[in-house]
Ligand binder design. Sequence first.
Ligand code: NAD
Length: 357
Amino acid sequence: MQPSVLELMQQMNHEQVVFCQDPHTGLNAIIAIHNTTLGPSLGGTRLWNYSSYDEALVDALRLSRGMTYKSAISGLNLGGGKAVLIGDASKLKSEAFWRRYGKFVNSLNGKYITAEDVNTSKGDMEYIGMETKFVTGKPEYMGGSGDPSPVTAYGVYMGMKAAAKKAFGTDVLTGKKIMVQGAGNVGQYLMGYLVAEDAKVFTCDINEDKLKDVKAKYPSVEVVDGSQVFELEYDIYAPCALGATVNTESINQMKCPVIAGGANNQLADENVHGPMLVEKGIIYVPDFLINAGGIINISIEIDGYNKERAMSTVAKIYDRTLTIFDIAEKEGIHTQLAAMHMAEKRIAQIANLRVGI
Ligand code: NAD
């Protein structure tokens, strides 16, 4: 039997889950608030045609928990939240739809702050912003931080350099063979940094137009067939498409000493694949640590956006990655677990701080 909503919340330790529906606009939303110890929960709004409400709920619960870890390890005073809207983006999107959703977000009085995610844009954030101030990722002309992808890519580049230092004794990526899987927003900005450093970059994507973009921007990048990704040898594998690409089958095939990429939920099952990577001697930079550039960028928007401050804060991903490698080694655990422990420790320490005066 499928566990109830409350049982799922208990399993993953969620504070609150809010269901919203509106027959006039066709809005069906689940807002999951995982943990607000460090501050208001912040996470994007995903609009997706889920095959069932149960699937949407589990996605909201998993993603919001991921946001708690991401903000906590990045030193942000934010908790973890995420919203999923259920349905076909091409049919649902309208001014009224987004404003109705904005009113629901507003009803939480700032306990949840929203942002862009899959199938949501800066323009959608603008509509939401007509009904609530608890929205980030607004366009730059509105004082927002704009597209988070370039900043996310910079953070991935920093984490990748730290991993190279650990694996190869130098963080210089010149001449290193790097596979960037997924030539979307983050993937393309990442390739920009890598090409500038004269790395030997490979990519693949299921969307031919993205590959054409890449060839036009960076002629030196070599396009490979997606089915061959794990057959070839690289120094670094950078997953920048979907989650769960690091699984039993791919790890068995992998011929690279480092995994450092921007995708969310890279490990199909952290309890199985974290230890498996250690056994195979593959250095893995935890996803929620390395791809935190976007949330760091947005957190700076809350205080009044400043690009320089955003980039210098994101650059700290380099040192944080090295710290996690050290902790993992000392404690004999895999890096994802070490990163989770570090995030949980900060949450527990700040929770204690708030007891009393
Ligand atoms: P995007 O949609 O722009 O890019 C993803 C790309 O992956 C697309 O071009 C898509 O065609 C491609 N793709 C999908 N399936 C593929 C497959 N099987 N093989 C190869 N390519 C495939 O998204 P994005 O904003 O670049 O985000 C990429 C990843 O990074 C996602 O997992 C996202 O959740 C994560 N992420 C993004 C940000 C951000 O700031 N954009 C922040 C944190 C995490």
